[in-house]
Each structure stands twice: as structure tokens, then as C-alpha cells.
Design a protein around this ligand. Structure first.
Ligand code: UD1
Length: 366
């Protein structure tokens, strides 16, 4: 059996790390695994540093596709990945998450008759304005094996007609990585002047939040209010930084001494920062899950989430991009008015081994 594991963008790397580790422990020649990086993300702080920190082997193949419009990026990955599949002839292609690389490689493999496993299947925001929602639905539609993080994701898939035997509730590989690295992350120094439990972390990069000047300005005003009470650390995504500058908002942000803007952080410093924070303001997907496991209040600046379990039993609250709701949720967290939270079933650090068990058992209906 030959497996190709695909990673393309920042949120993929922590999801594939434990899968590569589990394959490394379990595969016996002539079985083999090959890691393919599409190159969707390419800067050291968006990609390379993650490989070093997470101990992921250097990708055997890098497609080097880089940035572009959705169609350009997806098409470039498909063209380059098709050549890889034709040359390598894998039995399985394993894709994770919901980025453009996930969709592109899933479709390419399936059309060549290669079996596809999707890790983090079945998540749905029901918001087709989100490119990731389109990627999730289309990837799941062509996948032969669907590995889910929670029971709600399995229900979504069954409602869409996916046969139950293709769906495996395995837990969350990103949380495998969190448990593996949390102790060393907590030991890293915090940025100068920050004390544990006494700062907020902000991440912001969704096109729906940062590509419209009025929306971004509203979020910024709410964040500035929070920063007047508590330091806010802001590792800024390249897209967000360029929009702040384009909309003339960067000076406003820099004028508030409570805001500490940083370059994007790699995995360990970011995890260490979040784990010791008082609260997190974000529009990310994965951070909603990480904060739930860490028990840190998470204020998600989105109208919906594909990860509702984090709201149902975790620390997550959805507030959209409404400045008043952002302020109110931050105040509630600061005053300790957060509800008790729990960790979802099977988010226990053993997910990658469950996935590899299923794959090696040849447990496929394809
Ligand atoms: C992508 C994913 C998103 C994920 C996010 C995490 C899709 C549709 N979106 O969005 O789900 O949450 O990654 O970051 O796949 N850039 C750099 N350096 C890099 C990579 C990108 O400067 O290494 C800049 C480029 O200007 C690029 C922009 O960031 O145009 C956006 O990158 P892109 O990969 O298109 O999407 P993300 O917004 O990062």
C-alpha cells in the first residue's frame, strides 16, 4: 500500500503531523507514505517553521503553487498533483481540513480512480459565501473514507446521503498535536511585558471580515476598546496587514499602545501564547477547537461556525462582526461570566492512530 498525505496551508500542518508520526510507527515495507506540500503557503512563518517545530519530515514533493485567485490556485494544484499521482500511483490520497489544496487534491485523485480519505470531514457552516464551505462539501462528496471529529459532523454526512460505513468518528488530529506540544509551548517566554492570564490574543484573516473597509473598521474599534482594558497581542496574517494598510487603518491600530502587533507566529509560540491568555478573539476555525481544549474563552467574530460543538459544550461564543457584541462578549469573559466547558469525545491525543488503524485494516467501501 502506498499513501500520499497532502498538506498545503498553515492550518493543515498541525493536522498532518500526528498522521505522519503514526504512519512512521506503523508502516512496514513495502508499504510507504509520501508527504506532498502543495506550496499554497510558502513563507517560513506560514509554513516552513511548522515543519521544524512539529518534527514533520520534509515533504518529498513540493508543488510550489503559491498564491492566486481561488481558480488559479486550485487549478495549479490540480495540474501539478495529477502528475504526481500518475508518477507515484498511490493507493490512497489523504487530505485534511478545508483549504483549496484539500479540494484540489481530492478531486484530482478521485478522477484518477485513487481512493481518497478526508480527515476532518462533515463540518458544515451552511455558509456558501465561505470558500472553505464549498471545499468541505465537494471534498466530502468525492471521499471514500470520511474521518470525523465529532458526532454532529457524522450526522451532517448521513443527512447528505453518505453511507454510514464510510464514516469514522476518530476525534481531532489537531488536538493530538496540541497535547504533544503543550508543555514545551507553555515554557516558551511570552513577548516582553506580558503576564500569564493578563492579555488577550487576536487573530483575524477571513475575507468576510478583512476585505470590507467598514467591517474591518468596526472590528478594529471593538478591539481597541478591549485593548484599553487589557493588552491585545495580534499576530497579523499577511492578508489582514495589507488590508489594514490599504484602508488607512494601520495608523489607528498602531496608535493604541495596548495592541501588540506581531508577525504571524509559528506553532509553538502561538500555542504558548494562547494557552496563557485570558481570552481569545478570532475568526479562525481551528482556534475555536484549541481554546475549547485549553479552557480559554473564545470570542469568534463570525456569524456561523462549522464547529458548533465548541459552542455547545466548549468555550466558544459566536458574535459576528458586530462591534457591540464583540465588546459585550469580551466584557463577559473579563468578568468571569463564561459558562463551564467540556472537551468533546475522542479529543484525547490518539486520533491519528485511529485513522491509521482504519487505513491499514483496508477498511474501505470503495
Ligand atoms: C487559507 C485558507 C483558509 C485558512 C488560511 C490560514 C483557503 C480557501 N483558505 O487562507 O481556510 O484559514 O489559509 O492562513 O484555502 N500569503 C503570504 N505568505 C504565504 C501565504 C499567503 O504572504 O505564505 C498572502 C498572499 O498575499 C496571499 C494571501 O496571503 O494572496 C492569502 O493566502 P491564501 O493561501 O490565498 O489564503 P489564506 O487567506 O491564507
Amino acid at each position: 500500500m502506498k499513501f500520499l498525505v497532502v498538506a498545503g496551508a498553515r492550518p493543515n500542518f498541525m493536522k498532518i503531523a500526528p498522521i505522519m508520526g503514526a504512519f512512521g510507527e506503523r508502516l512496514k515495507p513495502p508499504d510507504s507514505v509520501l508527504l506532498v506540500h502543495t506550496g499554497q503557503h510558502y513563507d517560513p512563518n506560514m509554513s516552513g517553521d511548522f515543519f521544524t517545530e512539529l518534527g514533520i519530515p520534509q515533504p518529498g514533493i513540493n508543488l510550489g503553487v503559491g498564491s492566486g485567485t481561488h481558480a488559479q490556485q486550485t487549478a495549479r494544484v490540480m495540474i501539478a498533483f495529477e502528475e504526481v499521482c500518475l508518477r507515484e500511483r498511490p493507493d490512497w490520497v489523504i487530505v485534511v481540513g478545508d483549504v483549496n489544496s484539500t479540494l484540489a487534491c481530492a478531486i484530482t485523485a478521485r478522477k484518477l480512480g485513487i481512493r481518497v480519505a478526508h480527515v476532518e470531514a462533515g463540518l458544515r457552516s451552511r455558509d456558501m459565501a465561505m470558500p472553505e464551505e464549498i471545499n468541505r462539501i465537494c471534498t466530502d462528496a468525492v471521499a471514500d473514507l470520511l474521518f470525523t471529529t465529532d458526532a454532529l459532523a457524522g450526522e451532517n454526512l448521513r443527512r447528505e446521503g453518505v453511507p454510514a460505513e464510510k464514516i469514522h468518528l476518530v476525534g481531532n488530529t489537531m488536538i493530538d498535536t496540541l497535547y504533544r506540544h503543550i508543555e514545551s509551548a507553555r515554557r516558551l517566554p511570552l513577548p516582553d511585558g506580558l503576564c500569564p492570564g493578563n492579555y488577550a490574543v487576536l487573530t483575524l484573516h477571513r475575507p468576510s471580515n478583512v476585505d470590507c473597509a467598514d467591517t474591518l473598521a468596526g472590528i478594529l474599534e471593538a478591539v481597541l476598546d478591549v485593548a484599553a482594558r487589557l493588552p491585545v497581542v495580534f499576530p497579523a496574517h499577511p492578508r489582514t496587514l495589507s488590508r489594514l494598510s490599504q484602508f488607512g487603518l494601520l495608523d489607528r491600530l498602531e496608535a493604541q499602545p495596548g495592541i501588540r502587533r506581531l508577525a504571524p507566529l509559528s506553532y509553538l509560540p502561538f500555542l504558548g501564547l494562547v494557552a496563557r491568555s485570558r481570552l481569545v478573539l478570532t475568526d479562525s476555525g481551528g482556534i475555536q477547537e484549541e481554546t475549547t481544549v485549553l479552557g480559554i474563552p473564545c470570542i469568534t467574530m463570525r456569524a456561523n461556525t462549522e464547529r458548533p460543538i465548541t459552542c455547545a459544550i466548549g468555550t466558544n461564543v459566536l458574535v459576528g462582526a458586530d462591534p457591540a457584541r464583540i465588546r459585550e462578549a469580551a466584557l463577559a469573559a473579563l468578568e468571569g461570566r463564561s459558562r463551564p466547558s467540556a472537551v468533546p469525545e475522542k479529543w484525547d491525543g490518539k486520533t491519528a492512530h485511529r485513522i491509521v488503524d482504519v487505513l491499514l485494516a483496508g477498511n474501505s467501501t470503495a
